[in-house]
Design a protein around this ligand. Sequence first.
Ligand code: SAH
Length: 228
Amino acid sequence: MSAQEKILGKGMTSLRTRQRLVERLTNQGISDVRVLEAMRDTPRHLFLDEALASRAYEDLALPIGHQQTISQPYIVAKMTEALIQGEKLSSKPLETVLEIGTGCGYQTAILSKFSDRVISIERIKPLHERAKLILKALKIRNIELFHDDGSRFEKITKKYDAILSAAAPLAAPEYLYKSLKLGGKLIIPIGNAFSQKLILITRISIKEFKTEELEEVLFVPLLAGLVN
Ligand code: SAH
């Protein structure tokens, strides 16, 4: 199989298989066509080990090593949809996006389709390195990946249109609220290992934030410190 065929996902990861994933996402309530197209066109199988690649288009979180998981497609779609809802219908509705928890880089690839620039942080170095390789092979260039700890953030002083955390803290960290531009949105799972809610926070003014609870979820915890 040529490299191009691999990326297109010939065989077990064919367009038909991906189309079925899109149908499933639609049935689960994902309605933004931009998101559905991004989910159809992003080769999720390339982010997984070969042994798991055949399951890439099932709606499952799957292991990526180091006790971490690639997020479930429905959750990736749901979070992306929440961040771009109400944004202009241009192909890149967001300017700068921050992602905490790159993992294998799949959500990063999806976010890169909707933003001029994605900054993504991962605390586990081998995962960070692996994501870098995959995203480079896919020629995704509007991203910057850092091996860093997203739970303490003094270094990053920028303001973002959107922030997505793929790991759950016990409470929403204040520095993330403060890193939103006016009108910016933060989507983050909050809770412990047994019970979490996906929360959408919108910055309405300098001091005001609107908080919406979206649904029950289960993410890995947001942990402090780096792993080499
Ligand atoms: N969207 C990713 C999800 C990976 S799981 C994917 O689909 O692959 C969440 C990731 O958050 C894990 O890789 C974990 O190591 C990372 N993480 C947890 N705490 C973190 C922190 N403080 N800073 C950066 N990354 C963190």
